[in-house]
Design a protein around this ligand. Structure first.
Ligand SMILES: *[C@@H]1O[C@H](CO)[C@@H](O)[C@H](O)[C@H]1NC(C)=O
Ligand SMILES: *[C@@H]1O[C@H](CO)[C@@H](O)[C@H](O)[C@H]1NC(C)=O
Length: 482
């Protein structure tokens, strides 16, 4: 065969260059591959033609573009659509102008239709089943007639954003393409994967000893999809950056409803003891979320999505102000449910021996190695350098009080001082007081929502801090971005 003289790299046969300048090249490959018997399968799209003019003369309409399927004998039809429709927008139509559909019905005014010499004045009729048929009502008469499909770009019905294309009613994705189904992600990116922002989610648990307003968090500028909820006699309050209240200020309750602040709409609901606050955002300035305490605070849950670049300043601000002012688990005595199996008579509880020397713990499994580090870096919510200030062993878990020194990764703000919990009386790997470590922790909220903790999993990642360890973890960070 002649083609044997021009063998084509088999890799080229499975690779399909794109773009007009590549067309000749790709045709050459296609021809060579097909003659060489290497490629079967679908044809290749030629590049898109240019967009047509906007279908309307003012307001919204559609533009279309198409592409051709280049098929060689034996090849299947190309995959995908040959036409693409996008919404186009011209200057607004003058007030009172006839709608696109009005114009299309009016084309039949004064013309004999329906096989008789009678003529009518036609206006759109919106009660018919197919929205994308040109259904027009004969003015002064009780019948309508369908004149076939409406023109592309006609709104499906008055007041909707959806447009008719080839007789079908389609909505535009955020990319402007009709019927693409592309949505905005939580960060406001069209078709994004939620990766240009960070999710902040916390439970504010400060059980304040006094009643009055308590700062819960700053909701920074740029926050999206804000949700706040609690279940108690207390009330949420919201303050603008300049100190003016949006909601429930000056100990006066606001009515549930929709409030406008920071460039977004806030929906505030109150039902019995349950209050919620929601906003889509993005906020155009910071808002200060507070709680008006009338009874001990069982927890205010809040969450929002924050652009990555706003996260650092937010965290610094939160830490500088000491929010949330007290440790996550205020007093283990108050919040900690007693383990059910604790005997009522405090005799002979061997596990509860705070004086037990560390040495009496069995050896830990070997958790060294790059794979282990990478695994824990990627799967943890927090990776940070910390100094252990105190260690408190309890029957079933160990609580470390740490000072956070350097944060490599966090899904929500860390305060300077945190409690970190590890399962068991002899956690693995162990940490000793007054030493510095690199640790990877997870956030754990108990099912009933009463505990929100930083947890060190058994055989997780806890290493004495050294400069070498620091560079290794930075390397891991690059392999597994937040
Ligand atoms: C973004 O996050 C939201 C909420 O968690 C989720 O419903 C959605 O599927 C995510 N989108 C993508 C593309 O991952
Ligand atoms: C709450 O935060 C604001 C703004 O940072 C500050 O001015 C105010 O004193 C704080 N209030 C309380 C009760 O801590």
């Amino acid at each position: 065969m002649a083609t044997r003289a021009h063998p084509v790299d088999p890799h080229l046969c499975s690779r399909r260059p794109r773009g007009a300048q590549n067309l000749r090249f790709s045709l050459w490959i296609l021809v060579s591959c097909v003659l060489g018997g290497a490629a079967q399968g679908p044809g290749e799209w030629a590049s898109w033609g240019s967009w047509s003019r906007c279908s309307s003369s003012c307001g919204r309409g559609v533009a279309v573009r198409s592409r051709r399927c280049v098929r060689l004998p034996g090849e299947d039809p190309c995959w995908g659509d040959s036409h693409e429709y996008r919404v186009c927008r011209l200057q607004d139509c003058p007030p009172g102008a006839a709608s696109f559909r009005d114009l299309q019905c009016a084309l039949y005014n004064g013309h004999p239709v329906l096989g008789t010499q009678k003529t009518y004045q036609w206006v759109p009729f919106h009660g018919a089943p197919n929205l994308c048929d040109l259904n027009c009502l004969a003015e002064g008469h009780a019948f309508y007639h369908s004149f076939g499909r409406v023109l592309d770009g006609t709104p499906c019905s008055p007041g909707t954003q959806d447009l008719c294309v080839a007789g079908r009613c389609l909505s535009a994705g955020c990319d402007g393409l009709l019927g693409s189904g592309t949505l905005e992600d939580r960060c406001g990116q069209c078709g994004g994967a939620n990766d240009s922002c960070l999710f902040v989610q916390r439970v504010f648990r400060d059980a304040g000893a006094f009643s009055g307003y308590w700062n819960v968090t700053l909701i920074p500028e740029g926050a999206r999809h804000i949700r706040v909820a609690h279940h108690s006699q207390n009330h949420l309050a919201l303050q603008r950056i300049d100190g003016r209240y949006v909601l429930n200020g000056d100990a006066e309750l606001s009515a549930p409803g929709t409030y406008e602040a920071a460039g977004t709409q806030l929906v505030y609901t109150r039902q019995g003891r349950q209050e919620t606050l929601r906003a889509v955002g993005p906020t155009s300035q910071g808002l200060l979320l507070q709680v008006l305490l009338l009874e001990p605070n069982p927890g205010v849950h809040f969450e929002f999505w924050l652009p990555r670049e706003r996260y650092g300043p937010f965290q610094a601000h939160a830490q500088a102000l000491g929010w949330l002012p007290r440790p996550r688990q205020p007093q283990p005595r108050e919040v900690e449910p007693q383990p059910a199996e604790t005997p009522l008579v405090p005799v002979a509880i061997p596990a509860q021996a705070p004086t037990l020397a560390p040495d009496s713990c069995p050896p830990c499994p070997d958790t060294r190695g790059r794979a282990h580090r990478l695994l824990h870096y990627c799967s943890s919510d927090f990776v940070f350098q910390a100094r252990v200030l105190d260690r408190h062993r309890q029957a079933q878990e160990t609580r470390y009080e740490v000072r956070v020194l350097l944060i490599y990764k966090n899904r929500s703000p860390l305060r300077t001082r945190e409690y970190v919990w590890a399962p068991g009386h002899c956690p693995c790997p162990p940490m000793a007081p007054h030493r510095e470590y690199l640790l990877a922790a997870r956030r754990h909220v108990s099912r009933d929502g009463t505990q929100d903790r930083l947890l060190l999993p058994h055989a997780g990642y806890t290493r004495p801090w050294t400069p070498a360890e620091d560079s290794r973890i930075r390397l891991a960070a690059r392999r597994c971005p937040v």
